[in-house]
Design a protein around this ligand. Structure first.
Ligand code: NAP
Length: 539
C-alpha cells in the first residue's frame, strides 16, 4: 500500500514502515487490558525478517539526506510530531489507559512530558546542539613544522534501533526520549514497539510517519515494527544498517541486546537503561528531626505508578536505632492503607510476586509492612511490600540488593556511618542515590558523596528519586547495570550526544567543508576557533 490515507485515529494493526503501511505476517497478537484481563482489538501482525530488513534498508537510504537537513528543518519535524500527537486527542489517551492500566491523569501528564520533550529537542536541534564545531587554522609559518588547517564536527552515527519501554508508553516509547534525541542528532529511527501497548505505538508511529512526509523528509527516517516475541528485535539489532541501539527495560533484555550488538561483524553501541534500586540514605540528624515526614515522602515515592518506575526507592539505609524503627513503623502504617494497584502486564506482576517471595523467604529478612491485600490475588495487581534487614546480611548476600520492579523496598539498618559507607561501596551502579540530611549531617554526607558519584548518575538531596525532570542538566544514566554505558544519559538534551561521533577535516578547502565548519559560519553555530569560543565568522 502506498501513502497512508487511513484516519490517523484508527488502529489497523499495520506497521508504518517508511511511507507504507505493512501487515506483518510472522504471526499476530492482541493487546491486553491489564485492569480487566480483556483482549483488545485489533490483531497486530508481527514483523517478518523481510519487514525488518525493509525498515533498516529504508533508514539507511534516508540517512545521508536526513543528516544534511538544516537544523531548522529537523526542529520543525520534531515540533510536527508533537503537534500530531496532541491532535490524536482522547483516542490516544483512552487507548493508553486501556493498554497499560495507568490512570488517565498519569497518561495525560506523560503525554504533556513527551510533547515538551520533543519541543525541547527541537529547540536544541535548531541551535545545532552537539555539533561541537572546532576550528584550528593553518599555521604555515610555524617552526619547526607548519600546521595545516584542522577542523572538527560531530556527525550522526546512522540509523538507530529504539525499543519502547513498558512503563512509559509515551515518554520512553515510539516518540519518546530515545527517538527524539536520535532524530535531533540526525539519525533515522526504527522502533520495535513494546508488545504490551501496540495500539498507542501504532497511533504515535503514524503521527511520526505523517510528520516525516509533511516535512518533505526521506520516508525511511522512521519505521515501526511489531512483535510479541524477540525475533524482530534481535534481527533489528543484528541488521548491518543499524548503528546504535536505545533500550529501556529489564537487565536480561538489555544484556541480550548488548550480546547481539557485540557479536556483529561491526559491533555497535547499545544504550540500555536496565536495573537500579536507587538507594536512599537517611542521615542521623535528618532522621531524628523529621522521621515522620520522611516516611510519608518515602511511601509516596515507593507507590507512585504502582512502583513501576526505574527510579523507585528500592533500598533505604540508616543507622540502626529508635529513629529508624519509628520511620519503619510510620511507613508500614501508611503502606497498609495503599490499595493493590494494577501492574502493566501479567509478566511484570508475576516477576514482582516472585521478587517479593524471594525476600520473604530469605532467612535474614524481616517482613516490615504490606499494602492492602484486597484485589492483589486478581490478575495483574501488586500489593506493596516493605522488608527490613541488617547491613551485615546485605554485605554477606549481594542478591538482597537486586531490583524488585514494583512497590517493594528493603530497609537496611547499619551499625554506624562507617558501615553505611561500606554498603554504599558494595552497591552496583545506580540511576540515582538520595541523601536526606540536615546541617549536622554535612560531614557524613561529604564522606558518602565521593562513593555515590562513582555509583550513580544522579545524586538527589532532601528529595525523592522518582520524577525525572527533562532539561539540559538532567542525567538519567549510571554505571552498569543501571545502564550499559555510564558515560551517557537517556533523559535530557545531553542524550543527543549518544548518537554522534567526531569527524576531523584536515586541509580541506572551503568548498569541500560541511556548513558547520565554513569560515562564514552560515549556520550561526557557537564554535571554538583557535581555542576561543565564538559565533563570529572567520574573516
Ligand atoms: P523487557 O522484557 O526487557 O522488554 C523490553 C523490550 O525489549 C520489549 O520490546 C521486549 O520485546 C524486548 N526484549 C526483551 N528481551 C529481548 C531479547 N532477548 N531479544 C530481543 N528483544 C528483547 O522489559 P518489560 O517487558 O518492560 O518488563 C519486564 C521487566 O523489565 C520488569 O519486570 C522489570 O524488572 C524490568 N523493567 C525495568 C525498567 C527500568 O526502567 N529499569 C522498565 C521496565 C521494565 P517484547 O515486547 O516482545 O517482550
Amino acid at each position: 500500500m502506498p501513502i497512508d490515507m487511513t484516519d490517523p485515529t484508527t488502529i489497523t494493526g499495520e506497521m508504518p514502515i517508511g511511507a507504507r503501511r505493512v501487515r506483518g505476517e510472522a504471526g499476530c497478537f492482541r493487546a491486553l487490558d491489564p485492569a480487566t484481563g480483556a483482549m483488545l482489538e485489533p490483531a497486530f501482525g508481527c514483523a517478518t525478517e523481510a519487514d525488518v530488513a525493509r525498515a533498516c534498508e529504508s533508514a539507511h537510504a534516508a540517512f545521508d539526506a536526513y543528516r544534511r537537513t538544516p537544523p531548522g528543518i529537523r526542529a520543525t519535524f520534531l515540533e510536527t510530531i508533537a503537534a500530531n500527537m496532541l491532535a490524536l486527542g482522547d483516542v490516544l489517551i483512552e487507548r493508553a489507559c486501556a493498554e497499560t492500566g495507568l490512570p488517565r491523569a498519569r497518561i495525560e501528564s506523560e503525554r504533556g512530558r513527551t510533547v515538551a520533550q520533543l519541543r525541547l529537542f527541537a529547540a536544541r536541534a535548531r541551535e545545532g546542539d552537539g555539533i561541537d564545531a572546532r576550528i584550528d587554522g593553518a599555521l604555515p609559518e610555524r617552526k619547526p613544522l607548519p600546521r595545516v588547517d584542522i577542523r572538527m564536527q560531530r556527525i550522526p552515527l546512522g540509523p538507530v534501533a529504539v525499543f519502547g519501554a513498558s512503563n512509559f508508553p509515551l515518554a520512553f516509547s515510539v516518540a519518546g526520549g530515545d527517538t527524539a534525541s536520535a532524530l535531533a542528532a540526525g539519525c533515522p529511527v526504527v522502533v520495535k514497539a513494546h508488545a504490551a501497548h501496540p495500539g498507542i505505538s501504532e497511533l504515535v508511529g503514524r503521527a511520526v510517519q505523517a510528520a516525516v512526509l509533511a516535512n518533505g523528509l526521506p520516508e525511511g527516517v522512521f519505521s515501526l515494527l511489531f512483535d510479541d516475541g524477540f525475533a524482530a528485535g534481535a534481527a533489528l539489532v543484528a541488521h548491518p544498517a543499524i548503528k546504535a541501539v536505545g533500550f529501556t527495560g529489564s537487565r536480561r533484555g538489555g544484556v541480550a541486546l548488548m550480546k547481539i550488538a557485540a557479536a556483529r561483524a561491526e559491533p555497535i553501541p547499545v544504550y540500555a537503561e536496565m536495573s537500579s534500586v536507587n538507594p536512599v540514605f537517611l542521615l542521623p540528624a535528618a532522621l531524628a528531626a523529621r522521621g515522620k515526614a520522611l516516611a510519608t515522602g518515602f511511601v509516596e515515592s515507593l507507590t507512585l505508578g504502582v512502583g513501576q518506575l526505574c527510579t523507585n526507592p528500592g533500598v533505604v539505609l540508616a543507622v540502626a536505632g529508635v529513629a529508624f524503627e519509628q520511620f519503619k513503623d510510620t511507613a508500614a502504617a501508611l503502606l497498609a492503607a495503599r490499595h493493590a494497584g494494577v501492574m502493566l502486564t501479567p509478566g511484570i506482576a508475576a516477576a514482582y510476586a516472585s521478587g517479593v517471595e524471594r525476600l520473604h523467604e530469605h532467612p535474614a529478612v524481616r517482613a516490615a509492612g504490606r499494602g492492602e491485600a484486597e484485589g492483589a490475588a486478581a490478575g495483574s495487581r501488586a500489593q506493596a511490600a516493605l522488608y527490613a534487614v541488617d547491613a551485615d546480611a546485605l554485605l554477606a548476600d549481594a542478591s538482597l540488593g537486586e531490583e524488585v520492579f514494583g512497590p517493594c523496598s528493603l530497609l537496611v539498618a547499619c551499625r554506624d556511618l562507617a558501615q553505611m559507607r561500606e554498603v554504599a561501596e558494595r552497591l552496583e551502579g545506580q540511576l540515582t542515590a538520595t541523601l536526606h540530611f540536615d546541617a549536622a549531617d554535612h560531614d557524613a554526607a561529604q564522606t558518602l558523596l565521593p562513593v555515590l558519584e562513582r555509583k550513580a548518575g544522579r545524586i538527589v538531596g532532601n528529595g525523592w528519586p522518582t520524577g525525572v525532570e527533562v532539561c539540559d542538566a538532567m542525567v538519567h544514566g549510571g554505571p552498569f547495570p543501571a545502564t550499559s554505558d555510564g558515560r551517557s544519559t537517556s533523559v535530557g538534551t545531553a542524550a543527543i550526544e549518544r548518537f554522534l561521533r567526531p569527524v576531523c577535516y584536515q586541509n580541506l578547502p572551503q568548498r569541500l567543508l560541511p556548513d558547520a565548519l565554513h569560515d562564514a559560519n552560515p549556520l550561526g553555530l557557537p564554535r571554538r576557533v583557535d581555542g576561543v569560543p565564538t559565533q563570529a565568522p572567520i574573516k
